[in-house]
Design a binder for this molecule. Structure first.
Ligand code: MF3
Ligand code: CO
Length: 258
C-alpha cells in the first residue's frame, strides 16, 4: 500500500497546487509572439515569491529556472532562454512551487497566436488524455488503470506516448512513489488508496514516441522533430472520484478573455 496523506497535509498541497495553477494563468496572460521564454520564467518567479512561496524547480537536482518551457518538438524540461516565441508555436509551461514544506507541480501547453488545426488537435487530445487519467484515479483501482486510460486515448487518436518520463506521487518531495506511467495495462501496478496524492502528466507525440536529451542535460526532444504536448495536474485519490488539487480553470478564464 502506498503512503497516503492526512487531510492537514492535503490542505498544504492544495495551497501549493492552487498557487501553481494561478501562476500558470499569469504566465498565460503574457504568452504571445515576440516574448522570450526567459520573460515567462521571470514573471512566474516574481508571482510565486509575491505569494510567499519558493519556486519548486529552481535548484532541484541543479535545475536552473522556475519554469520548464518546452517549445514544439521539445517534450519537457526545456530551460527558459532568449528564444523568442513565434506565431504558430506551442509551448508547454511546467511550474512547481514549494510552500509550508510541500510541493506543487502542474503543466499546460499553450498556443502562441494562431496555430495549425493539427496542432490544436494534439493539444485537445493530450488534455483529454489527462482527463481520462484523472477519471481512472479512484480508490480501489490500480496505477495501471490510469496508464491504460491515457495510452488508449492517445493511440486511438493516432498519437504516441512518451515512456521515458512518467507522472509521480507528490508531497514533501516533488517525486514520490508511485511512478505513474502514461502507458500500461489495466489492473496492473500498485493499488490506489484514498488520500494518495499523484501528478498525472501525459506527454503525447504527434509522430514517434522516441525522444532524446539535449546536450544541456535537461531538454527532452522528439527524435523525429515532430511536436509534442504535455499537461499535468495534481490530484487526490478519493472514493468514486478524484479531487483535483490543481486546476486549469484560471488559465481557461485568461484564454477566454484574450
Ligand atoms: N514537472 C516536472 C516533473 O514532474 C518537473 C521536473 S523539472 C525539475 O517531474 F527541474 F524540477 F526537475
Ligand atoms: Co510532475
Amino acid at each position: 500500500m502506498l503512503n497516503t496523506k492526512t487531510e492537514e497535509e492535503i490542505e498544504l498541497l492544495r495551497l501549493n497546487n492552487d498557487l501553481v495553477s494561478r501562476t500558470l494563468a499569469e504566465v498565460g496572460k503574457i504568452i504571445r509572439p515576440g516574448v522570450t521564454t526567459k520573460e515567462l520564467d521571470r514573471r512566474a518567479e516574481e508571482f510565486i515569491r509575491d505569494n510567499g512561496a519558493k519556486p519548486g524547480f529552481l535548484g532541484y537536482s541543479g535545475y536552473p529556472a522556475t519554469l520548464c518551457t518546452s517549445v514544439n518538438d521539445s517534450v519537457v524540461h526545456g530551460i527558459p532562454s532568449s528564444y523568442v516565441l513565434r506565431e504558430g508555436d506551442i509551448v508547454s509551461v511546467d511550474c512547481g512551487t514549494y510552500l509550508h514544506g510541500f510541493y506543487g507541480d502542474s503543466a499546460f501547453t499553450f498556443a502562441v497566436g494562431e496555430i495549425k488545426p493539427e496542432l490544436q488537435r494534439l493539444l485537445n487530445v493530450t488534455r483529454e488524455c489527462l482527463v481520462k487519467g484523472v477519471e481512472a484515479a479512484v480508490e480501489g483501482q490500480r496505477v495501471g488503470d490510469i496508464s491504460y486510460a491515457v495510452q488508449t486515448h492517445a493511440e486511438i487518436n493516432g498519437y504516441s506516448v512518451v515512456r521515458e518520463l512518467v507522472g509521480h506521487g507528490l508531497g514533501r518531495d516533488m517525486h514520490e512513489k508511485p511512478e505513474v506511467p502514461n502507458y500500461g495495462a489495466r489492473g496492473r501496478g500498485p493499488k490506489l488508496g484514498s488520500g494518495l496524492v499523484i501528478c498525472i502528466e501525459p506527454m503525447i507525440n504527434m509522430g514517434t514516441r522516441h525522444v532524446y536529451q539535449e546536450n544541456d542535460g535537461w531538454t527532452i526532444r522528439t527524435q523525429d522533430g515532430k511536436p509534442s504536448a504535455h499537461f499535468e495536474l495534481a490530484v487526490v485519490v478519493r472514493k468514486g472520484k478524484a479531487e483535483t488539487l490543481s486546476t486549469f480553470s484560471y488559465i481557461d478564464e485568461v484564454l477566454r478573455r484574450s
